[in-house]
Design a protein around this ligand. Structure first.
Ligand SMILES: Cc1cc2nc3c(=O)[nH]c(=O)nc-3n(C[C@H](O)[C@H](O)[C@H](O)COP(=O)(O)OP(=O)(O)OC[C@H]3O[C@@H](n4cnc5c(N)ncnc54)[C@H](O)[C@@H]3O)c2cc1C
Length: 304
């Protein structure tokens, strides 16, 4: 066990969750690259998470991850504690009217299915987003003209000192693929609201969302989804295409031929190949169009 995991465990006799050292993060992220987590904590429930955060020394970095579909973990791994919420946080339940309460570890796809079953419209866009609700809350995940902020009523979480927080939609400070909510809050769930709808119509919308996605995105590849945010007034993929980068590769990393804003691990990539490729794209787009691309993918950890 790494020194950190052993030290934390010794200081927390009532910890019930799983705390392991040197856990491979490449297995937990869509790109399938990156070094290990110094320690990985899977809390048993919200009390356990609060207990842990209250007692973990303030200088120990804590990073939450979801399903790793928007993450590039660098090759040297992630120092401190990585927190991954498990089954106890994956529930989705009706909350009266057209409202649903979902745990942060519930997959977005499950959210679309639960809303369909409950006859609640407005969640079909989640059908094709491969993350979990915690990541969707942090990223303001969206597709097909709807984003998470359109459905959020309030968000629940625990901050770095172990204090339980309820954040209103205004406090989440949403903008395009961004939340200004305090960075130290680990979201544990949220209350959402849609509108009553015919189940057949919801089903048809979900089918259309999935059909469109499969024909335009490399959804079965090792990727991190859209690499860069669309700059105001531009589509990132178009700028990348115009810069001549379609299919361009660095080591085992390649710009998708199908969708230029997706980078692929073609098999043998390491994280630095993907990051170097991303930076090369930014440089060439700056040169050809004068536009500065901003990473949408979250790059975490340290270089090898
Ligand atoms: C094939 C493919 C298609 C995609 N299509 C879309 C799309 O259409 N629209 C879209 O918006 N995104 C898309 N994405 C990106 C990604 O799925 C979303 O950003 C998703 O919301 C990330 O969720 P996650 O659980 O995978 O989070 P992760 O990638 O694990 O983490 C993302 C960020 O959220 C934070 N985070 C995760 N969980 C929590 C938590 N419980 N509390 C606090 N912070 C947390 C992490 O620290 C990190 O900063 C796509 C990705 C892929 C691979």
């Amino acid at each position: 066990m790494s020194e950190l995991a052993a030290k934390l465990r010794a200081a927390m006799p009532e910890l019930r969750g799983r705390l392991v050292a040197d856990q491979r993060l490449a297995d937990l992220a869509w790109f399938r690259v990156g070094g290990p987590a110094e320690a990985l904590f899977t809390p048993e429930d919200e009390d356990d998470l609060a207990y842990f955060l209250e007692r973990a020394p303030a200088d120990v970095p804590v990073t939450p991850i979801g399903l790793g579909s928007n993450l590039l973990v660098r090759d040297g791994g992630l120092p401190g504690v990585t927190v991954r919420l498990g089954r106890a946080f994956a529930g989705i339940a009706p909350a009266g009217g057209a409202r649903l309460k979902a745990g942060a570890a519930a997959a977005d796809k499950r959210m679309a299915i639960a809303a369909h079953e409950a006859g609640i419209g407005g969640f079909a866009f989640y059908a094709g987003i491969p993350g979990a609700i915690g990541g969707a809350l942090r990223m303001n995940a969206g597709a097909n003209g709807t984003e998470t902020s359109d459905r959020v009523v309030e968000v629940y979480g625990v901050d770095r000192s172990g204090r339980r927080r309820t954040l209103s939609k205004a406090e989440m400070g949403y903008s395009y693929r961004h939340s200004a909510a305090p960075a130290d809050v680990i979201f544990t769930g949220a209350l959402f609201e849609g509108a009553p709808a015919e189940r057949d119509a919801i089903r048809a919308e979900m089918d259309e969302v999935l059909r469109h996605r499969e024909s335009t995105q490399p959804v079965k590849s090792r990727t991190g989804g859209s690499t860069f945010k669309n700059p105001p007034g531009h589509a990132a993929w178009k700028l990348i295409d115009q810069a001549g980068m379609r299919g361009f590769s660095v080591g085992g990393a390649q710009v998708s031929e199908m969708h230029c804003n997706f980078l692929l691990n073609t098999g043998g990539a390491v994280a630095s190949d993907i990051e170097t490729l991303g930076e090369e794209i930014r440089r060439r787009v700056r040169e050809t169009s004068g536009v500065e691309l901003e990473w949408e993918i979250k790059r975490i950890g340290v270089a090898a």
